[in-house]
Design a protein around this ligand. Structure first.
Ligand code: ZN
Ligand code: ZN
Length: 945
């Protein structure tokens, strides 16, 4: 039977018998093991990365269940934000925020709502197929009113603690999405790009340097419209040079940007302070913004660098962070020349997109003889992580969480978390926390939880509400546009308070899931407080700047003072961070490249257990994966089908009830000791969340079971040896329990088939104490196997088939003293290496020595064994069962002698009743063979029953 067929049957069985629900129900009074599921977007299809995190989560949670915990698992869906909005924009062919406003927020949000669960069936099917157990019925969704109300509560709590503020500052901003992008999102979007690199002359208006030009540089020509100042470093050396009849001022160190400059005079930077220049454009002056009288002159600042440009820094206060701060210091005019859609508000290019005007601006400056030179350059620049539009640095009113203020608490709480791999704690995550900036959590968008802050239109008083009750009105739902219609009377001045326009960053919402999924504190108060924080979460490494981070910030901010959730708590105590999945050549998996196998095909060919086990065992946790069908296949032919074949072998030879017997023989005691050792190691690794090491222990055991235990006890088991069958059964049953969290399907099948019990997943995980005898036998068997494998290697080197018996294997007494008297181990070696004797001797230099002489007697025995093998193949070819008896027909020189001498062996191994020289018509199966250059004929028929 194919493994995928078995898996489908197991899935049906789990569904039919509610095994997952039973596994929870069984433990309902047990201590809880708390898990938070990071909500994915159900608007896109699941991919291998999701299967990876799901495999990790499911394995840990099944393990904890078997260890006696109550492990509820609630799925959740991220519903809001740009992923869905972008999808709808594409579908409705909408290109800007303005077009959404024109069609109406109601209509747009309805379209978003209807598409949120586009792929939810796909998700459920994939998760079910890989055996991810979860409560699929009671999932939560971030767009539900109850969820939103809890998010409001989170904000209000932070608001009351003084951790929320609004600021006007320069933020990375996507004009296509019409929204700021937080600094952790910016980090996801850097890419190499080509931009203009222009050198512009600002002509000095009067004074000492009249007639000269200040030479400045920029890669964003569109910001030149908004130039209000030039900045030089006070302590650096500048020069006045002559270049092709023009007088230019620039930093001495940057003189190489010119072709043949002739230095006229050296100038200290601070001596340039206050020098006035002609603005490049008069558009801004015409707007008469406040502070314009301070504009168009040289200021001093020490952020001026010597790495690039000219040392004379073009300053546009609305479009650069340092520029903005300088503007505040010197009261420069703050006036946007560009709207939130990235289009010019006034002047020659009014209504045009900024980046698209760069060339026209350069052309214009050239015509007016203000351009020194224009080039192109490659540099790293941030793009929107959702839509790939180059981000602008743009001055904007944005709401912030005071992350910097609680930084010490963030670092302190991080110390309470176990990270796997460990280096993430102080590395990627810890460093990120150390450099943490205040978090811009508002988005100037539509489909999101609305920010519950109202502002008085006359006196700018602010009011934050934290519940529906405070809202005081029943709404159709809490989304825009309904919420926008709610107004309050200002307590301060009696004016009208209107809601600020923004919605929450969807990361704020997913970071609120520990509370919001349970509608805390409005419902489930006791439950949430008892079960906070999570014992365990798991996600990809990109989430150190995403979900891990927002969970951590919000939990730390909420528990800064005790609001019922305890004081100074992280949101989670243990976390596994997985790497990314690349193809065999290290390329990202992409639909376009088709560089990965279809998931359904993988399930069909190798089963979900193989995929899971590949993801758990192939790559150390945290590192990036090399993924291909070939690699999954290796796991399939490795542990998965090895274990399946071990089980099948047992099923073939175990008949009826097996009486329980203690392990007595060395081989039986050894496999029991190996099982106990494996169980202990798996527990040890799983307690440290080291899934890779745990799964590798399992693979090693399956290999030992098949390639040593079963191979060496094959004959005993075939003969129905009671002790061996009993031990074999026990081992299979216990191993299927240990394997269950990792390969939940095959272990279920094996367990049920052998025991007839309900489900392996309802069992307790076996715990084995360490025993001295175990260590002793494990060590000795290891030595024995070392001898055997050296013996086999020597045979291979001498090119003698294993079937050919040899007289002796000599073993170094000094190297293997401790197992000299272990008769049973010696017998195993004899059988494995196919020698008559194992002799301990003083050997010089080598650990073993094979006696390679083949006497006529040994040769004959070799022939007999070869014949046995051929007859066994003929039986197989003829489709005979173990019980079927046969008659043998033979022809060939000297064969009769061999057959009669070895007839007992042949009878026993191949179930022969009679042997007869010659052949006859209608034999079941026949074969001509050559042994040592001589030809023989063999044929079989089934005896009459
Ligand atoms: Zn964008
Ligand atoms: Zn007011």
């Amino acid at each position: 039977m194919s493994l995928s067929k078995i898996e489908e049957e197991v899935l049906d069985f789990w569904d039919r018998e509610n095994i997952f629900q039973k596994s929870i129900e069984n433990r309902k009074d047990a201590p809880a093991f708390n898990f938070y599921d990071g909500p994915p977007f159900a608007s896109g299809n699941p991919h291998y990365g999701h299967v990876l995190t799901s495999s990790i989560k499911d394995t840990v949670l099944r393990y904890k269940t078997m260890r006696g915990y109550n492990v509820p698992r609630r799925l959740g869906w991220d519903c809001h934000g740009l992923p869905v909005e972008n999808l709808i924009e594409k579908e409705l062919n909408i290109k800007s925020k303005r077009e959404i406003e024109e069609m109406g927020i109601l209509k747009f949000n309805e379209a978003c709502r209807n598409n949120v669960f586009n792929c939810v069936d796909e998700w459920r099917n994939t998760l079910r197929r890989i055996g991810r157990w979860a409560d699929y019925e009671n999932d939560y969704a971030t767009m539900e009113d109850s969820y939103i109300e809890s998010v409001w509560w989170v904000l209000k709590t932070l608001w009351n603690k003084g951790l929320v503020y609004r600021d006007y500052r320069v933020t990375p901003y996507c004009y296509r999405c019409g929204t700021p992008v937080s600094n952790f999102e910016v980090n996801q979007g850097y890419a190499e790009t080509e931009d203009p690199s222009v050198f512009i002359r600002f002509n000095v208006k009067k004074g000492k340097f009249e007639g000269a030009s200040l030479l400045a540089w920029t890669t964003t020509p569109w910001t030149l419209i908004s130039n209000v100042a030039l900045v030089v470093h006070p302590d650096m050396q500048y020069v006045l040079v002559e270049e092709q009849g023009r007088k230019l001022i620039l930093l001495k160190e940057r003189i190489s940007v010119l072709e043949e400059p002739k230095v006229i005079e050296e100038i200290k930077g601070k001596d340039l302070e206050g020098v006035e220049y002609e603005p490049l454009f008069d558009d801004l002056s015409k707007e008469k913004p406040q502070g314009i009288e301070n504009a168009f002159r040289v200021y001093l600042a020490d952020f001026v660098g010597t790495e690039e440009g000219t040392g004379v820094v073009h300053t546009a206060v609305m479009y650069g962070e340092e520029d903005f701060n300088l503007g505040k210091k010197y009261n420069l005019p703050f006036r946007h020349a560009v709207d939130e859609a990235g289009k010019f508000l006034f002047g020659k290019w009014e209504g045009k997109r900024v980046k698209e005007t760069d060339e026209e601006i350069i052309e214009d400056l050239k015509k007016r003889d203000l351009l020194e030179k224009s080039e192109r350059m490659n540099h790293s620049y941030p793009f929107c992580w959702r839509c790939d539009t180059p981000l602008l640095y743009y001055a904007l009113h944005t709401w912030y969480v005071k992350v910097e203020k609680i930084k010490e608490k963030l670092l302190e709480n991080n110390r309470k978390i176990r990270w796997v791999p460990e280096h993430v704690k102080e590395g990627r995550f810890g460093k990120w926390l150390e450099g943490a900036r205040d978090w811009a959590f508002s988005r100037n968008r539509f489909w999101g939880a609305p920010i519950p802050i109202w502002e008085c239109s006359s006196c700018n008083e602010l009011k934050c509400i934290g519940s529906k009750k405070e809202l005081g009105k029943e709404l159709e739902d809490l989304h825009r546009p309904y919420i926008d219609e709610v107004t309050f009377r200002c307590q301060n001045c009696g004016g009208e308070m209107k809601r600020v326009e923004e919605v929450f960053d969807c990361w704020f919402e997913s970071g609120s899931m520990p509370y919001a999924q349970w509608h805390y504190p409005f419902e489930n108060k006791e439950y949430v407080e008892k079960n906070f924080p999570a014992d365990f979460i798991a996600e990809g490494v990109d989430q150190t700047r995403g979900w891990f981070y927002t969970l951590h910030v919000l939990a730390t901010a909420l528990t800064y003072e005790d609001v019922g959730l305890g004081k100074n708590k992280p949101a989670f105590l243990n976390t596994i961070v997985n790497g990314f999945i690349f193809d065999d050549k290290g390329k990202k998996l992409s639909k376009k490249l088709k560089n990965y196998p279809d998931m359904t095909d993988v399930f069909e060919k190798y089963g979900a257990d193989s995929l899971r086990f590949f993801l758990l065992s192939s790559t150390p946790v945290g590192e990036d994966y090399r993924f291909s069908e070939e690699r999954v296949k290796e796991v399939y032919t490795g542990i998965i089908s090895t274990f399946y074949h071990s089980f099948s072998f047992f099923q073939t030879y175990s008949k009826g009830k097996i009486e329980k017997k203690e392990a007595q023989s060395t081989l039986n005691r050894w496999i029991v000791a190996r099982l106990r050792e494996t169980g202990r190691k798996v527990v040890e690794e799983m307690e440290g969340y080291n899934l890779t090491k745990a799964s590798r222990e399992l693979a090693a055991f399956a290999e030992d079971l098949s390639n040593w235990y079963i191979r060496r006890s094959r004959d005993l088991i075939k003969k129905g040896d009671k002790e061996s069958l009993s031990v074999f059964r026990e081992v299979l049953v216990s191993f299927s329990k240990i394997l269950a969290p990792f390969a939940p399907f095959l272990s279920e099948h094996v367990y049920k088939e052998i025991t007839g019990e309900t489900s392996v997943h309802l069992e307790d995980f076996p715990l084995f104490k360490e025993k001295k005898e175990d260590q002793d036998i494990l060590k000795k068997m290891e030595k024995g196997r070392e001898i055997a494998s050296m013996g086999l290697k020597e045979r291979a080197d001498l090119q003698i088939k294993v079937r050919q018996p040899l007289s002796s294997l000599k073993v170094s007494l000094s190297a293997f003293q401790e197992i000299k008297d272990e008769k049973e181990i010696m017998n195993l070696i004899k059988d494995e290496v196919n020698v008559k004797e194992v002799l301990f001797e003083k050997l010089s230099g080598e650990k073993i020595k094979l006696d390679a002489e083949i006497t006529p007697e040994l040769k004959e025995e070799g022939q007999a064994r070869e014949i046995t093998r051929v007859i066994q193949n003929l039986r197989k070819k003829g489709g005979l069962t173990l019980e079927d008896k046969i008659n043998l027909y033979y022809k060939g020189k000297n064969i009769e002698e061999v057959l009669s001498k070895w007839k007992d062996l042949l009878r026993e191994e191949t179930n022969i009743v009679a042997m007869q020289e010659g052949t006859k018509e209608g034999l079941l199966a026949t074969k001509e063979i050559k042994i040592e250059g001589e030809s023989f004929f063999l044929g079989i028929e089934r005896t009459e029953k």
